[in-house]
Design a protein around this ligand. Structure first.
Ligand SMILES: *[C@@H]1O[C@H](CO)[C@@H](O)[C@H](O)[C@H]1NC(C)=O
Ligand SMILES: *[C@@H]1O[C@H](CO)[C@@H](O)[C@H](O)[C@H]1NC(C)=O
Ligand SMILES: *[C@@H]1O[C@H](CO)[C@@H](O)[C@H](O)[C@H]1NC(C)=O
Ligand SMILES: *[C@@H]1O[C@H](CO)[C@@H](O)[C@H](O)[C@H]1NC(C)=O
Ligand SMILES: *[C@@H]1O[C@H](CO)[C@@H](O)[C@H](O)[C@H]1NC(C)=O
Length: 193
């Protein structure tokens, strides 16, 4: 429902503008720059442990490092709740900008990430790119976050800086895993700061 409404808003916004590449439009085609990834502060009893952090490899490449430990399979019983906060014009995060909830977390993310999923699976040396992801600890020597650009996310979004929290919940609606990404949707002709 949310996606539909969102899509409709996008459609009208785009069709009303003669030139959709007008630099001051609030939304449009973007380049996705992931600044940071990190684990959530609260991790009590998590059975999916995102021991990840980001590290700058070069001035324009940031890598995800660390490991992900699945004490339970990453399977159809899990729901992923993706919560966007936006960066306010006067600073500070404004919560609940956009919320996306998907059942069957593994296959949903696999579909959403597209080619980026396979690169991610490869980087973490996961033995299968299919769902479920089996129990295990998966370690990466570095996943180049610019590779995340090749995904199936909507190609148009509102420009800006966002904090995205991924909560993974089990059938009892308990949080079993959590991680955070901070990212920027920038205009294609802009360069990241
Ligand atoms: C963690 O698990 C223990 C044992 O099942 C339980 O007593 C405790 O309340 C749980 N803590 C949280 C924050 O869920
Ligand atoms: C996974 O990361 C955590 C936190 O950085 C670390 O303590 C642990 O040793 C790592 N596990 C493996 C198998 O690398
Ligand atoms: C990063 O910068 C280098 C040197 O300026 C450039 O060759 C490379 O294409 C850039 N990579 C990306 C992913 O933008
Ligand atoms: C998870 O889903 C599988 C496949 O449907 C099922 O066999 C299993 O019992 C479920 N586990 C839990 C904890 O619900
Ligand atoms: C989204 O995140 C904000 C800030 O962390 C939190 O206050 C809010 O409850 C979350 N919403 C949902 C639906 O999880």
């Amino acid at each position: 429902m949310m996606i539909k409404t969102f899509g409709l808003v996008l459609f009208f916004s785009l069709s009303q503008s003669k030139n959709r590449f007008m630099p001051n439009l609030p939304l449009g085609e973007y380049c996705l720059v992931i600044d940071k990834v990190y684990r959530c502060e609260s991790r009590t009893n998590h059975t999916i442990q995102f021991n990840v952090y980001s590290s700058k490899k070069t001035s324009n490449i940031t890598e995800m490092k660390g490991n992900i430990t699945f004490l339970i399979p990453f399977d159809v019983n899990l729901t992923v709740d993706i919560n966007f906060s936006s960066w306010g014009s006067t600073g500070g995060w404004i919560p609940n900008y956009y919320i996306l909830i998907r059942k069957k977390a593994c296959s949903s993310l696999r579909n959403l990430y597209g080619n980026a999923w396979f690169k991610y699976i490869n980087a973490f040396n996961v033995p299968t790119d299919r769902c479920p992801t089996p129990v295990g600890t998966y370690i990466t020597s570095g996943y180049d976050l610019t590779k995340f650009e090749d995904n199936n996310l909507p190609k148009v979004f509102f420009y800006g800086k966002y904090k995205v929290v991924f909560h993974f919940k089990n059938v009892e609606n308990k949080v079993v895993g959590c991680m955070v990404a901070e990212l920027n949707f920038i205009r294609p002709w802009e360069t990241p700061i």
